[in-house]
Ligand binder design. Structure first.
Ligand code: GLP
Length: 241
């Protein structure tokens, strides 16, 4: 089942997505969340952390899992996804180390790390997974052509993806060339998935997702097979729907 909510703009998208997550956390304080990085979730994270704090929502039973992390970047680098999450949610929500999980991009044995991460996902299970989408339809760092049955794995990042993510690094040459990402199959294991998209650059990917056929050329179309997906997108990204 796919639910689509189209909002006027990015702020309304952020409010709607934050409300959805807030309600789920309130209803089940021990919820296991799968979370994404990138620009799109920044608005909803800000609203969510403020509202949770103001309302004193308990966070001690929460667990959060991250989609991906760069390889070869120190965990404490200001550009790592670990640092992003720490700033956006781990610290503001007062999460303890045992409550958050993110692939270790500094692991000596990356294959082993991927296996460990996948086992963690299987052991705990993700109730609600947040996803952004790349312009080329990538989810997590699963670029076009990634098999739909992929588990957590190491990826070589596409030039186009490194260009887009250069805004966080200042220069494209500083963007790592590899990352660890949950695979498409790992993502599909979540009980419920929420996709957020904003801006014209995402319009084609959303079109393929909603109206296109399932194809590994558009990784997001793998979600067509999932039984519980909600899309929250703004008018610009929904222009072809
Ligand atoms: C990045 C991340 C994804 C993210 C996507 C869209 O490369 N690995 O997790 O959802 O691209 O990012 P943004 O929200 O900045 O458009």
């Amino acid at each position: 089942m796919m639910n689509i909510t189209i909002t006027k703009n990015y702020s309304e998208l952020s409010v709607k997505a934050a409300e959805l997550f807030y309600k789920k956390i309130k209803a089940k304080p021990s919820i296991h969340l799968g979370l994404a990085t990138g620009k799109t979730p920044l608005g909803m994270y800000e609203i969510l952390r403020k509202k949770m704090k103001t309302d004193g929502l308990p966070t001690d039973k929460l667990k959060v899992f991250n989609l991906d992390e760069y390889v070869g970047l120190s965990k404490n680098s200001s550009k790592s996804f670990y640092t992003y999450m720490k700033k956006q949610l781990y610290e503001p929500l007062g999460l303890k180390e045992r409550q958050y999980y993110i692939p270790n991009g500094e692991a000596k044995d990356l294959e082993k790390e991927c296996l460990r991460y996948e086992q963690m996902i299987d052991q705990f299970g993700i109730d609600l997974q947040l996803l952004g989408v790349g312009r080329n339809g990538h989810i997590g760092f699963n670029e076009p052509g990634t098999p739909f049955d992929s588990l957590t794995h190491v990826v070589k990042l596409k030039e186009s993806t490194r260009k887009v993510n250069a805004s966080f690094f200042g220069d494209e040459s500083l963007v790592p060339t590899r990352a660890i990402t949950m695979g498409i199959q790992s993502i599909l294991k979540a009980k419920e998935i929420v996709v957020i998209a904003s801006g014209e650059e995402k319009a084609r990917a959303l079109y393929e997702f909603v109206h296109g056929k399932m194809t590994e050329e558009w990784p997001i179309t793998a979600l067509k097979n999932h039984s519980n997906v909600t899309v929250i997108c703004d008018q610009k990204s929904a222009r072809f729907l």
